[in-house]
Design a protein around this ligand. Structure first.
Ligand SMILES: [Zn+2]
Length: 176
């Protein structure tokens, strides 16, 4: 079936086929605050804290049961590797690959599966920080950056006590 984004039945059919593909591949739904788009993930046993994440471009209807992929072609399906960093925030640590929703429905599902496999194999052996071995991500300037921001030292306690001194002398000035 050649996918036609103008057709609601097509958008529903593609959504169902994508979810079939994801669940066959062992992906489970995940939720994020403020995100309507259905997201699916699979963790990587060999690499703790890492998972392959798929933004499906599928959204549930808000006024009735059911779901379909979004209308616009611009928001493609996106596949990436994500890491649970030590500050508690998940962070993307791979390039985001995009799957365009054009051509036959089966081909779109196959393309997504190919991107999922690529991301999974990267997640098993990601580039890692030389200092702490956490995965790295690419900065806007193209540098590898530690996803745990391991170069940042804890706040210096000397600074806290200095500001304490400043406050107490200020109070004395006010009173005196
Ligand atoms: Zn590091």
């Amino acid at each position: 079936m050649l996918y036609n984004p103008e057709s609601l039945p097509h958008r529903e059919e593609l959504a169902h086929q994508l979810l079939d593909t994801l669940s066959t591949a062992g992906f489970k739904p995940v939720t994020r605050k403020g995100t309507y788009e259905a997201m699916y993930a699979r963790s990587v046993p060999e690499a703790p804290g890492l998972r392959v994440l798929v933004y499906t471009s599928i959204e549930p209807y808000q006024d009735r049961p059911g779901f379909a992929v979004r209308v616009k072609g611009s928001d493609a399906i996106r596949v990436l590797v994500e890491y649970d960093s030590k500050d508690g925030k998940p962070r993307g640590v791979s390039n985001e690959s995009r799957v365009n929703r054009t051509g036959r429905v089966e081909d779109i599902c196959d393309r997504m599966l190919g991107r999922m496999r690529g991301a999974y194999s990267y997640a098993r052996k990601p580039r890692r920080c030389k200092d702490c071995a956490a995965p790295t991500f690419k900065s806007k300037g193209g540098n590898d950056v530690c996803a745990d921001i391991c170069w940042e030292k804890p706040r210096n306690t000397a600074v806290a006590s200095l500001s304490g001194v400043g406050f107490s002398s200020f109070s004395m000035d006010e009173e005196g």
